[in-house]
Design a protein around this ligand. Structure first.
Ligand SMILES: NC(=O)c1ccc[n+]([C@@H]2O[C@H](COP(=O)([O-])OP(=O)(O)OC[C@H]3O[C@@H](n4cnc5c(N)ncnc54)[C@H](OP(=O)(O)O)[C@@H]3O)[C@@H](O)[C@H]2O)c1
Length: 227
């Protein structure tokens, strides 16, 4: 199978790429730098908020797309500027839209599928998350709408993680005190690991998920549903 992972140089996207390579797939990755890409993956330089993806570097058959770029920009509501909202919108939402539009003919022809990233903060109210929760709620709307529009050719699903130990979450897990507090907020008494989120993405990409579309999967240690 051929997969495109946008954002494979760190965190969840890197873990997804490593898993797909280990299963014997061809993995094409696209991100702003060519550093830290797992060995064996193809890489394309791509800034999803600024450039067009060079689809000439992709194979004709494309079985799946995962869009990983995101942000954690936590501020009190009255300190969020228009630019904060625009930045979060562009990297989390519009970059995904633009990427999907550029590879959709290949995905349709290959009966491929799409995995997007939301956040626990889209459906669970969390202070200081106004701009990121709005951008991720847009991803959830897009997931539902595209799943309808593209069925039966292309499946579309999203994953909504809670705090996960990746470079994106560095500041929130900067020391033992913060790590302990973050773990205690979750009913499972831990924060997420990239591997735990990547496993769900790989499942959704594969044939075993062939009857699943239009779904948002919360992988969040129970924080969104358990008191
Ligand atoms: N970690 C968490 O706690 C958490 C919680 C909830 C939701 N999520 C969501 O899960 C997804 C993955 O997060 P993560 O923690 O794995 O993030 P991460 O470690 O920051 O990785 C993001 C990847 O995206 C790439 N990227 C960033 N901006 C890009 C751009 N403009 N164009 C192309 N590539 C870009 C980065 O590579 P380059 O810098 O080389 O471009 C990197 O490979 C995100 O959508 C995030 O919002 C994460």
């Amino acid at each position: 199978m051929n997969y495109l992972i946008v954002g494979a140089s760190s965190g969840i996207g890197k873990n997804i790429t490593e898993k797909l390579l280990a299963q014997g797939n061809e993995v094409y990755t696209a991100q702003r730098t060519d550093e830290h890409i797992p060995i064996g993956a193809h890489h394309i330089i791509y800034n999803a908020t600024e450039n067009e993806l060079n689809i000439a570097e992709l194979p004709e058959q494309l079985d799946g797309l995962v869009y990983c770029p995101g942000s954690i920009n936590l501020k009190p509501f009255n300190r969020l500027s228009k630019q904060d909202f625009v930045n979060d919108w562009e990297v989390n939402f519009y970059g995904a839209v633009k990427t999907i539009q550029s590879v959709l003919p290949k995905l349709k022809a290959s009966k491929g599928n799409i995995v997007l990233f939301s956040s626990v903060a889209a459906q669970t109210g969390m202070s200081f998350h106004a701009s990121i929760s709005a951008a991720k709620a847009a991803i959830e709307g897009l997931t539902h709408s595209l799943a309808a529009e593209l069925a039966p050719a292309v499946r579309v699903n999203a994953i909504a993680p809670s705090l996960t130990d990746t470079p994106l979450a560095n500041k929130l897990l900067a020391d033992d005190t913060r790590k302990e507090a973050a773990a205690k907020r979750h009913p499972l008494m831990k924060y997420g690991q990239a591997d735990e989120i990547a496993s769900m993405a790989c499942f959704l990409l594969g044939r075993d998920a062939g009857f699943i579309t239009g779904q948002i999967f919360k992988i969040d240690g129970g924080i969104s549903t358990i008191r």
